[in-house]
Design a protein around this ligand. Structure first.
Ligand SMILES: NC(=O)c1ccc[n+]([C@@H]2O[C@H](COP(=O)([O-])OP(=O)(O)OC[C@H]3O[C@@H](n4cnc5c(N)ncnc54)[C@H](O)[C@@H]3O)[C@@H](O)[C@H]2O)c1
Ligand SMILES: O=C(O)C[C@H](O)C(=O)O
Length: 328
């Protein structure tokens, strides 16, 4: 029997990431080739973005996707999140050259308070949320705190782009492919303080730390992964869109359908493990079974890692303090 359609909300749907994302979700790339979806798309309630959203919806019609059961385009969060089963919170102001992601904090905090409240009121009680809009970890924290009736564990922030970058550049360094890399971890914040940790990683079954030079790893690789977003902005004049959309889709796909034991990185509200205070949205390794993620627990944290993990935590605590008044 055909599956019942599920409702997927995308905010900032007519922006660059939205445009790279909608058609893949409607094609089944996120929830599988037998799962019909209803797309509920939110854009700013202003003429230009609403007009652009209409254009996106025309193109969705013209794709004639068999899995697209229905669609809604709106400027009202309560319409966009109504009964939503999945939400991809993309809509936010992106940074330009010379800005850090945390410079966007106050501009975007309001958005995530409003959207958290709307989800609290009208979304499915089991909604699964990924926050992409920057600063993603803290925006997710704000949305989660603004939705006290929904399970905290269902709020996640996107660290998958960092994870994918870390996997690709490690594989490339030793002349292997991404398929050869297992057990990558990117701890912490989606910012230059993030800590790509290769201590558990293997490349074609060999320990990664034995295959690459430690000085390269510490002095080149870690900062390069942390600054990759800025490097793309410099080159494109715009922030990553295709790779960000791809990361969000694979984050949700893995959560919905499982990873078959493979480790991926998700920003999760901390449960206190690894010395991260509860509720802070922090990148950690997980495995997923359909509909459920499970943290990889009990990893040993050495002195170098502790220092790196504490530095990215410190930044998250500062971001959290800066939005304290909004969150209450
Ligand atoms: N977490 C990550 O790894 C990652 C990666 C890339 C980009 N980003 C972030 O994603 C966000 C979106 O990037 P983009 O390149 O698509 O930007 P964009 O400017 O092209 O699109 C953003 C869209 O959001 C809309 N929008 C703004 N406020 C909104 C609101 N309150 N409700 C609904 N829609 C709203 C805008 O009208 C616009 O169409 C930015 O914050 C960017 O920094 C995050
Ligand atoms: O760096 C940015 O501002 C965009 C995004 O967060 C990225 O990492 O590509």
């Amino acid at each position: 029997m055909a599956k019942k359609p599920v409702r997927v909300t995308v905010t900032g749907a007519a922006g660059q990431i939205g445009y790279a994302m909608l058609y893949r979700i409607a094609s089944g790339a996120m929830l599988g080739p037998d799962q019909p979806v209803i797309l509920q798309m939110l854009e700013l309630p202003l003429e230009k973005p609403q007009q652009a959203l209409k254009g996106c919806m025309m193109e969705l019609e013209d794709c004639a996707f068999p899995l697209l059961a229905d669609m809604v385009g709106t400027g009202d969060p309560k319409v966009a999140f109504k009964d939503a089963d999945y939400a991809l919170l993309v809509g936010a102001r992106p940074r330009g050259p010379g800005m850090e992601r945390k410079d966007l904090l106050s501009a975007n905090a309001q958005i995530f308070t409003e959207q958290g409240k709307a989800m609290n009121e009208v979304a499915s009680r089991d909604i699964r949320v990924i926050v992409v809009g920057n600063p993603a970890n803290t925006n997710c924290y704000i949305a989660m705190k603004s939705a006290p009736d929904l399970p905290k564990a269902n709020f996640t922030s996107m660290m998958r782009l960092d994870h994918n970058r870390a996997v690709y550049h490690l594989a490339a360094k030793v002349g292997k492919t991404v398929n050869d890399v297992e057990k990558m971890v990117v701890w912490g914040n989606h910012s230059p303080t993030m800590y790509p940790d290769i201590r558990f990683a293997t490349i074609a079954g060999q320990p990664a730390s034995k295959l690459v030079d430690e000085a390269w790893y510490r002095n080149e690789y870690i900062p390069m992964i942390g600054k990759r977003g800025a490097t793309v902005i410099e080159a494109r004049g715009l922030s990553s869109a295709a790779s960000a959309a791809n990361a969000a889709i694979t984050h949700m796909r893995d959560w919905a359908l499982g990873t078959n034991g493979k480790w991926v990185t998700m920003g999760l509200p901390s449960d206190g493990s690894y010395g991260i205070p509860e509720d802070i949205l922090y990148g950690v390794p997980v495995t997923c079974t359909p509909g459920k993620y499970e943290r990889v627990k009990g990893l040993e944290i050495d002195a170098f890692s502790r220092e790196k993990m504490d530095a990215t935590l410190k930044e998250l605590l500062e971001e959290q303090a800066a939005v304290k008044d909004l969150v209450g």
